[in-house]
Design a protein around this ligand. Structure first.
Ligand SMILES: Cc1ncc(COP(=O)(O)O)c(C=O)c1O
Length: 440
């Protein structure tokens, strides 16, 4: 741990003391939640407010309609009744409409169900896909990615491979993917789109490549749509109208859609997400499922095996809240994209502030186009590794996580999340960045 040579915006002795108290080997390699704890502690000890960019939490209020519908359901007494494992029919129906309206794919309500956050959806997808077929038990992560997904793979007890996609965009993606898939043991592959942490978005051509290879090698794509509709370069907000949200679903039947309500609908606290599985896969059989789930049918294993064992469904009133919200979205009465566009506006300004103070955007392009302004962006500063930069920025009242924890090869980079930095904090951010630049 080095103490900065200059007087920094946050009292350096307090920063040092709080880092030391946490007893971590390296603050730059801390997990998101650990860093979050350190920054809370420094804020308390110093009385200074940080520019908090380490954690991806929504900074907007939950939609009124979801709150009202949930209250109504609670008052009706659903709290005393078990919900069906695979969701109340009204919600299943609205999820099916939702994927039709925004991705333009037909999936029956039976194969659409709520999960306890899309996090549980990811976990179930890993459990079921890696036990579907004999000889296929490995996951391939197209990185950079959400660190906890790899923790999930370890907890499930399955091996995984990963690679940083930065050098393999566009036409180069096919050969790279095939080098893993041709070994035959990859059960499923995972990526988020838009990507956490880099905010890259796969092009239609890249999604087509992934879909074709998933069919060719009988591997399931776990498409993590945690930031559904949040590539603001195009207007994806109108139900049933083009443009539709780009998805691998257009190019293969071997996919599972994992849709989060946390960011797009500002419902992170509710822990409710959605999974949609194409009917062909949902109704298919796997020769390795029976010993784990008591059935060789994929959909049955999912619901009466995995979901039963994990949480036996999702809290009842919460399902009514989401069903009410989705109904309004599907009917064109609530524009969820419009409500979260604020993140894109913030990112545009914050990126400029960083760049004009000597920082660089690490993941900067989607093939030949500049990446969008969204929930996250990635930064580096000449002469710093990401791990060192995390620590150094703490003295300047700015918190972010190192890309090293995300499976990225770009070890110079940090992920910055815009959600907790309202426009009222931009002046503070600018002052702190100016001070950082002056000192370095
Ligand atoms: C890529 C990715 N997947 C999944 C999640 C978790 O979503 P949920 O809150 O719905 O469990 C997040 C949340 O940050 C995420 O970034």
């Amino acid at each position: 741990m080095n103490t900065p040579k200059f007087k920094t915006p946050i009292d350096a002795s307090i920063v040092k003391q709080e880092i030391k108290k946490m007893g971590l080997k390296s603050v730059g390699l801390a997990s998101i939640r650990e860093l979050n704890r350190i920054v809370n502690n420094i804020e308390t000890a110093s009385g200074e407010k940080y520019i908090r960019m380490e954690m991806g939490v929504p900074g907007l209020d939950p939609p009124e309609i979801a709150v009202e519908e949930e209250i109504k359901a609670l008052k009706k007494g659903v709290g005393s009744k078990y919900p069906p494992f695979d969701g109340i029919p009204q919600l299943k129906h609205e999820i099916s409409r939702f994927v039709k309206n925004f991705i333009d794919v037909d999936i029956s309500p039976e194969s659409c169900f709520p999960t306890v956050g899309s996090m549980q959806g990811c976990y179930m997808a890993m459990m079921c896909t890696t036990r579907r077929l004999k000889g296929k038990n490995k996951i391939l992560f197209i990185d950079p990615g959400f660190p906890v997904n790899k923790r999930q793979a370890s907890v499930v007890g399955v091996p995984y491979d990963n690679f940083d996609v930065y050098e393999y965009r566009g036409k180069k993606l096919k050969a790279k993917l095939e080098s893993y898939l041709e070994k035959g043991d990859i059960a499923s592959l995972m990526y988020s789109n838009p990507n956490n942490p880099a905010w890259i978005c796969f092009t239609g051509q890249e999604l087509e490549t992934i879909g074709e290879l998933a069919t060719k090698y009988n591997c399931i794509v776990m498409e993590d749509l945690a930031y559904f509709g949040m590539d603001f370069r195009k207007d994806y907000s109108l139900p049933g109208k083009e443009p539709y949200i780009p998805s691998v679903a257009k190019y293969t039947d071997n996919y599972i859609l994992l849709i989060s309500s946390s960011k797009s609908f500002s419902l992170a606290g509710q822990r409710i997400g959605m999974t949609a599985i194409p009917d062909k896969l949902f109704n298919s059989n796997g020769d390795n499922l029976e010993p784990f789930f008591g059935s060789s049918n994929f959909g049955y294993s999912y619901i009466f095996g995995a979901m039963y064992a994990l949480s036996s469904g999702v809290s009842h009133s919460n399902q009514w809240g989401l069903a009410g919200l989705l109904k309004a979205v599907n009917n064109g009465e609530y524009n969820f994209v419009e409500n979260v566009k604020e993140y894109g506006k913030r990112a545009g300004i914050m990126k400029k502030l960083f760049i004009s103070n000597g920082f660089k955007i690490v993941y900067d392009m989607d093939d030949d186009k500049q990446i969008a302004d969204g929930f996250y962006f990635t930064i580096s500063y000449p002469g710093f590794t990401g791990v060192k930069l995390v620590e150094e920025l703490l003295y300047y009242g700015i918190s972010a996580i190192s890309l090293t924890t995300t499976g990225s090869d770009r070890h110079e980079g940090l992920r910055a999340c815009v959600s907790l930095t309202g426009q009222d904090r931009f002046k503070d951010l600018e002052d702190r960045l100016i001070s950082f630049k002056k000192d370095h």
